[in-house]
Write a protein that binds this ligand. Sequence first.
Ligand code: FA5
Length: 341
Amino acid sequence: MNEKIEQLKARFNEQLAAAEDSGAVEKLRVAFLGKKGEITDLLKGLKDVSGPEKKEMGQEINRLKSYADEALTQKAAEIKEKELAARVEAAESYDITLPSAVEEGSYHPITLVQREVEQIFASMGFTIEDYSEIVDDYHCFEALNIPKHHPARDMQDTYYLDNGQLLKTHTSAAQNAIMRKYGAPLRAIFPGRCFRNESTDACHENTFFQMEGIMIDKNISISNLIYFMKTMLSEVFKQDVKVRLRPGFFPFVEPGFELDISCLICGGEGCPTCKNSGWLELCPCGMIHPNVLRDGGIDSNEYTGFAFGLGLTRLAMMKYGIKDIRDLNSGSLKTLAQFKY
Ligand code: FA5
């Protein structure tokens, strides 16, 4: 009987040495220690043995059982370690030419247009500035020659905060701070999100983007203004677009203009996007009012300048043929993911 145990141990050792993966080790455990395993069978067979031999055999079989159990556990741990090392090594060796399975995102159309306009103006020597979305009454209105109770305030239905500050209604709110920061001469653009309590339609949102631009130097005239506006539009659209300049009133410019673009959605025929007029107000502009220069710390006898307030959201609509402004803030990936950079 002892011989039988020795033989079983030898066979177990042999098979254990041959086991190469955790599956094989598990099979061995079942084959030797499972309910119907060989060692278990030996133990069960003890009931047929009697006398002092029974005790001795019982001890030997139990020793074999513990030995097999420990050996299997140790082998399983060794194999697990090896398998892990092999997995790490495989992960480190990758093929960079394989196509990526990760879906790419895309930029928002307004970001795309903003970057394009930024590049155009940067190439003409303009710096790009940032400004906060929460501003005070002075910067949004007073420093722009719009005193309290001025009717021009009615044109921008403003969101006021409890602390008296407000959500920027136009990017012009940064003019004063940027003039004070740099002084003259100065060329700067400053894009930003604007907020107005407006009822929305195909071309009006309560949250939209503008890009302000100012150029201040000696002898700046309306011709400079028209040149920069034309250059910007022809670079953005890469085609001739019909524009019209008509007088417009803004207290912070004198003279002031409305620059409209022939609606590219309907080709000027009239549609909901252009409120059936065939034209879209895109970029009001004008020569900076001397009061505004003075408030910005700039000598208005020595310097003149122009300013414009480009409707960046509307520019994106015209550029990409987006009929309804509300699609841009909708967060709908079906719409927005179409714009790949
Ligand atoms: C202004 O905001 C002036 N600050 C622009 C300016 C700057 C004039 C410098 C002169 C000199 P206006 O309110 O017209 O002007 O807005 C400018 C442009 O922003 C509009 O032509 C339009 O393109 C865009 N815009 C205005 N309101 C909305 C709105 N609710 N939704 C989408 N775009 C709008």
